[in-house]
Structures are given as structure tokens and as C-alpha cells.
Design a protein around this ligand. Structure first.
Ligand code: NAG
Length: 114
């Protein structure tokens, strides 16, 4: 029985979908989707070459819900409490990544950066 459960954990695959969001002065681009197994960390990346003075905001939208704010950052890295991970903003501020350290099935969602 234990073996079966472990096997099912391993087979559980998360699908994370991303959307490009155009905000006032900044066009952002993200890959359309990525998948990982439960517990296997993943970087969700976002390119925003023309965001200037603004913070980078990350949101996620769980199925059937509205978008919820996760974190904002200007430069460098910052801890994200829920979902556990970190956000990294490149030193030239042209891209950022949301690192989900231990994704669970409940983290399958649409992730936005803006
Ligand atoms: C995730 O992305 C950040 C920023 O690009 C990078 O520093 C980090 O090493 C990446 N982590 C993995 C495991 O790829």
C-alpha cells in the first residue's frame, strides 16, 4: 500500500499555465505552460524588458477563483511564504522568476506577472 501511494505521488503532475499580461507601460511575456511533479521545484519565468520604475508583481489564479496577489519585488530575491518559494528579479530588471520550492497539486493554477 505504501508503495502504491508513493507511486501515485510520483505520478501526480501539476500543470501550471501562464498568461502574458500587458500593463500600462510594460509588455510582459511568459511561457504558456509548464509542468512538474508534486514536490519537484520549478521556476516560472517572466520577461518584462520595459518595466522601468515599477515593482514586478506576481499573482496566481486558482481554478474558479479570482487572481490573488503573491508577491512584489524590485530587484534581487525575496522569500515567498505561500506557496513556499522565492522570487528573483534579474539585476537588469528585464526578467524575473517565481521559484515554487515544493509544489503541490493545489498549486496548479494560472500564474501571472505584471
Ligand atoms: C530559478 O531562477 C533563478 C533566477 O533566474 C535562478 O537564480 C535559480 O538558480 C533558478 N533555480 C533553478 C533550480 O533553476
Amino acid at each position: 500500500m505504501k508503495l502504491l501511494c508513493e507511486k501515485m505521488d510520483f505520478l501526480s503532475v501539476l500543470l501550471l499555465f501562464f498568461s502574458a499580461v500587458a500593463v500600462s507601460r510594460a509588455q510582459v511575456q511568459q511561457e504558456l505552460s509548464a509542468e512538474t511533479s508534486e514536490g519537484t521545484g520549478i521556476n516560472i519565468t517572466c520577461s518584462h524588458p520595459s518595466i522601468q520604475a515599477d515593482n514586478i508583481h506576481w499573482y496566481r489564479q486558482l481554478p474558479g477563483r479570482g487572481p490573488a496577489f503573491l508577491v512584489n519585488a524590485f530587484k534581487g530575491s525575496k522569500e515567498v511564504p505561500d506557496p513556499e518559494g522565492q522570487v528573483f528579479v534579474s539585476s537588469d530588471r528585464r526578467s524575473s522568476a517565481l521559484w515554487l520550492a515544493r509544489p503541490r497539486l493545489g498549486d496548479a493554477a494560472v500564474y501571472y506577472c505584471a
